[in-house]
Design a protein around this ligand. Structure first.
Ligand code: ZN
Length: 86
C-alpha cells in the first residue's frame, strides 16, 4: 500500500508560516526571495491572511508617515490581538 503523500507539490506553506514570513518581511528580516514569493502566493489565494496583511501594511505606512520607524509594542500587540479575534 502506498501512502498518499502530497509529494508532487510545491504547494502551500499554510497560514501560520505565511503570517510569520509576512511579519519577518515587515521587519526587514526576510531577504530570501523564495520565501517572499511563497507567502505572497499564499496570500493571493487565502483571504484571511490577505486581509491581515492589508491591515499591517496600512499600519506600517501610517507609522512611516508619522516618522516612527518602529511600531510601539503596545500598538502592535493590540492589533495582533484584534486580528486574532477575527
Ligand atoms: Zn492563510
Amino acid at each position: 500500500m502506498s501512502s498518499d503523500k502530497e509529494s508532487h507539490s510545491h504547494d502551500d506553506i499554510g497560514c501560520l508560516e505565511a503570517i510569520e514570513a509576512f511579519y519577518a518581511y515587515l521587519d526587514g528580516e526576510l531577504s530570501d526571495p523564495q520565501a517572499i514569493e511563497d507567502f505572497e502566493h499564499h496570500m493571493s489565494h487565502c483571504r484571511s491572511c490577505f486581509s491581515r496583511s492589508e491591515v499591517e501594511k496600512l499600519l506600517n505606512e501610517r507609522m512611516r508617515e508619522s516618522g516612527t520607524s518602529k511600531a510601539p509594542d503596545d500598538l502592535r500587540s493590540r492589533v495582533r490581538r484584534l486580528m486574532d479575534e477575527f
